[in-house]
Design a protein around this ligand. Structure first.
Ligand SMILES: NC(=O)c1ccc[n+]([C@@H]2O[C@H](COP(=O)([O-])OP(=O)(O)OC[C@H]3O[C@@H](n4cnc5c(N)ncnc54)[C@H](O)[C@@H]3O)[C@@H](O)[C@H]2O)c1
Length: 427
């Protein structure tokens, strides 16, 4: 395999990519028919990609949705081949830019380690593809890339869905509507968290082959991407979520799942200040350098504050559970608070003052479903509606908070946001 970057092959690839982009943009101007088949290409063929492949296959076979698994890409060939065989995927690539030049690919699913998402999503948009991108949208150190991706998506007609599948749960959209309708009055506070026990998501990642080595079947340079150059390590390849070079611990790995809905419900834009703390409090073994406990407080110019606390060392739920890991928020306003009761209803509890509003219970329409998250994306691809359930403009606002928190906590500093320049300032 050749290196991903400065080869003549890469130049040819970029030319191909340009041609593909022109072709795809002209298709999109015409629009897609409701029954037109969409080809999905998978960038990254590891654990999460396997779940997405199952979903797309199920949509095709059981729900007769006009969608096909047309290509996959991975820098580690044994995984790529295993997935191609298991799912009958006809085309395999070792470089995502080759997959993007494939005209059969209409939609890409990006499920690589965090530090590749932003680059691959930008390449995909520029190649004229619609995108399902796994969270976090970028790595914690890549704020400029987050900004560039947001601008790229905003300046295109491409559809983007972030893999925060909790956004397929109607409860958050219902809560957002209630807030917009004025039920809680002036929004004040969003309180959320993420609690679970275990380091299975990091140390527990499967090592496919302890003897794997870089070579024609494994492109270590391409795995590293923009991360610090390091000698090959089986742990870094297979258990990359242990390391800050490629992951961030709960703040970027888990918190997109509980912060996205709160930012959306409250309708806030960018925080002025984020203060955060965290550390490795329980899983203190040599390999791990990402925190297991992380807390943040974000204050917004809209006079709203969001608090988020969490750890991987305790899983008690203070309230009934919706989604995993005690992620139920309380949304407080001047007139009252929204919570979720017994996983069935949204509960409005008025503040205790004379003349207060009446309590209310609102049934929840639809639960979380990753299948529905995919359907929402594919519907938007067909109708060319850009507003998916978890669009890039929302991902940008959420990721800004998480990156401010991660950078600030690392340096023991408060992070401020310069809204004019759209820059993070640590002080
Ligand atoms: N939404 C969710 O609930 C959820 C759950 C699990 C994982 N995820 C996300 O999915 C992503 C993938 O996680 P995973 O658990 O599948 O990891 P994984 O290690 O199992 O899979 C990642 C794959 O990407 C490949 N890869 C690395 N660099 C590449 C490159 N430059 N080009 C192409 N392929 C490359 C690796 O070889 C590997 O096969 C992560 O960002 C993670 O946060 C989301």
């Amino acid at each position: 395999m050749s290196s991903n970057h400065h080869s003549p092959r890469a130049t040819r690839r970029r030319l191909l990519q340009g041609a593909a982009a022109v072709a795809a943009f002209s298709i999109s101007r015409v629009g897609r028919g409701a029954g037109e088949r969409l080809g999905v290409g998978f960038i990254g063929a590891g654990g999460r990609a396997g779940s997405h492949m199952q979903i797309v296959r199920r949509l095709r076979d059981q729900e007769k949705s006009p969608v096909d698994l047309v290509a996959a890409c991975d820098i580690y060939r044994p995984r790529l081949q295993q997935r191609m065989k298991a799912f009958g995927i006809p085309k395999g690539y070792d470089d995502h830019r080759d997959l993007l030049a494939d005209p059969k690919v209409d939609v890409v699913c990006i499920a690589t380690p965090d530090h590749h998402h932003g680059y691959q999503a930008i390449d995909a948009i520029k190649a004229g593809k619609d995108v399902y991108c796994e969270k976090p949208v970028t790595h914690w150190r890549q704020f400029d890339l987050t900004k560039r991706l947001a601008e790229t998506v905003a300046g295109s007609d491409r559809v983007f869905q972030l893999g925060t599948q909790a956004m397929s749960d109607s409860v958050w959209h219902q809560m957002k509507q209630l807030v917009q309708d004025g039920l809680i009055g002036q929004p004040l506070f969003g309180e959320t968290g993420f609690f679970r026990i275990g380091d299975w998501g990091e140390r527990g990642m499967r090592v496919d082959d302890p003897k794997a080595r870089p070579g024609k079947d494994l492109n270590w340079e391409a795995f590293l991407g923009d991360a610090p150059k390091r000698p090959f390590s089986v742990d870094r390849l297979f258990r990359w979520r242990l390391f800050e070079d490629y992951a961030g611990g709960p703040v970027t790995d888990l918190y997109p799942h509980c912060l996205t809905q709160v930012v959306d419900i409250l309708g806030v834009q960018f925080p002025e200040i984020v203060a955060a703390t965290g550390g490795i409090h329980r899983y203190t073994y040599e390999l791990r350098d990402v925190p297991d406990t992380f807390n943040l407080l974000a204050q917004y110019p809209e006079k709203v504050t969001i608090s988020l606390v969490g750890t991987q060392a305790n899983d008690h739920n203070l309230t009934d559970q919706r989604g995993a890991g005690a992620r139920q928020p309380a949304i407080r306003g001047w007139d009252g608070t929204l919570t979720i009761d017994k996983n069935k209803e949204i509960l409005f509890t008025p503040v205790h003052v004379k003349g207060a509003k009446k309590p209310q219970r609102i049934p929840i329409e639809r639960p979380e479903s990753t299948v529905n998250h995919w359907k929402n994306l594919l519907d938007c691809c067909r109708s060319r509606k850009k507003q998916t359930w978890s669009p890039m403009d929302l991902a940008f606002r959420v990721q800004t908070v998480l990156q401010m928190a991660a950078l600030g906590a690392k340096q023991g500093k408060i992070a401020r946001f310069d809204a004019k320049k759209r820059e993070i300032v640590l002080g």
